[in-house]
Design a protein around this ligand. Structure first.
Ligand code: FMN
Length: 352
């Protein structure tokens, strides 16, 4: 059970656009303010340092790492430690842990705080079978006693805010019970993806569940699910009363979503979508940061999905797909990008 990596589009929503939203920066703790209150989601194999830096530059108020295995971190696993790579320009940054043992999660929280995390987050939403069958991710949602114990242990172990990211429930929503258990355990915020584990990514996000949770708790509530532009962000804020929004699929190949949301929340005119020149510039920067972080060889493989997302739905996508198997260097990557840009120009299409 999982989601296809190729076609990760949030469903479109065609309702009337709500009026402007006024939201102050969102305070998670004395040293952590989300300004604007817009967050880049944790995404496994996506939100590594290069993409987090790009999204911060575009205006995200907080970025979250990929999920990091708490036990492996505590045991000193080298690959897991490599994921704990935080760059100065990322702050504020939240490190997401997954696991289900209070003492191990407390120890892992202390490690990530020591390594520079501004926030420690716990994954309670991952629906993948291999994660939930071990009682982690969304597998935690039905055990509110354990949730309380985990948050108590993590909050006692660190001075930075501790947060959790949940789904609405397993099959039925129990988000209010989960949120209260987190709050009693000392959580500073809850992010809620308004789908149950059984929903996976089907249908539309249920905003009523997010609104219900917001009314029931005193901590910060971050609304997540199907936010991909300023219109859907306004709708999330209006309908749920949430304090901040989080964007995942809408940010794939589209870091500009953050500057759009930031401008709209500041009452400014929403900037135009990037033209081809800007898209190429941002992509080149993404590639350079990637090479800087992971080296050229690894970049030539891992950057492929990003390239496709940047050109998704444009005349350049087909051209790019044909070139993906021939990427062996930075020069190859940029040649493929240029060919995709050229294909877009030929049909006179806008880049986005
Ligand atoms: C490729 C991918 C990887 C994801 N990895 C994580 C993860 O590591 N931790 C997590 O809490 N959620 C993860 N999610 C879920 C997202 O953070 C988010 O909750 C979900 O996609 C709904 O938001 P959206 O409608 O903006 O996409 C992932 C989603 C995608 C598409």
């Amino acid at each position: 059970m999982g989601i296809s990596f190729d076609n990760l589009k949030p469903p479109r929503w065609g309702g009337p656009v709500p009026g402007p939203v006024e939201r102050d920066p969102c305070v998670l703790g004395p040293d952590v303010v989300l300004d604007p209150p817009v967050v880049l989601s944790p995404m496994a194999a996506v939100t590594n340092p290069p993409y987090r830096m790009i999204c911060r530059e575009m205006g995200a108020g907080l970025v979250v790492t990929e999920m990091i295995h708490a036990r492996k971190l505590v045991e000193g696993d080298e690959r897991t430690w490599q994921m704990l790579d935080i760059r100065p320009s990322e702050h504020p940054v939240s490190v997401q842990l997954f696991g289900n043992e209070p003492s191990v999660l407390a120890e892992a929280a202390a490690i990530v705080a020591e390594e520079g995390a501004d926030v420690v987050d716990l994954n309670m939403g991952c629906p993948m079978r291999k994660v939930v069958s071990n009682g982690c991710g969304a597998g935690l949602l039905e055990d509110t006693k354990l949730i309380y114990e985990i948050f108590r242990a993590m909050s006692d172990a660190v001075d930075v805010p501790v947060t959790g990211k949940i789904r609405a429930g397993w099959e039925e929503s129990n988000a209010v019970d989960v949120g209260r258990a987190m709050q009693d355990g000392g959580a500073a915020a809850v992010t809620i993806h308004g789908r149950t584990r059984s929903d996976m990514y089907d249908g539309h996000v249920d905003l009523a569940i997010i609104a219900e949770l917001k009314k029931a708790v005193d901590m910060v509530v971050i609304g997540n699910g199907d936010v991909h532009d300023w219109q859907s962000a306004r709708r999330m804020f209006h309908t749920t009363g949430c304090d901040a929004v989080m964007v995942a699929r809408g940010a794939l190949g589209n870091p500009w979503v953050f500057r759009e949301l930031a401008a709209d929340l500041a009452g400014e005119e929403v900037p135009a979508r990037p033209d081809l020149a800007e898209k190429r510039r941002t992509l080149a920067r993404h590639v350079d940061l990637y090479i800087d972080t992971f080296g050229e060889e690894r970049t030539t493989f891992e950057i492929r999905k990003h390239l496709l997302w940047y050109f998704r739905g444009t005349p350049g996508e087909k051209t790019l797909r044909r070139k993906l198997k021939d990427l062996h260097s930075r020069a190859d990557i940029m040649r493929a990008v240029d060919a995709a840009c050229e294909a877009c120009r030929e049909v006179g299409a806008k880049a986005s």
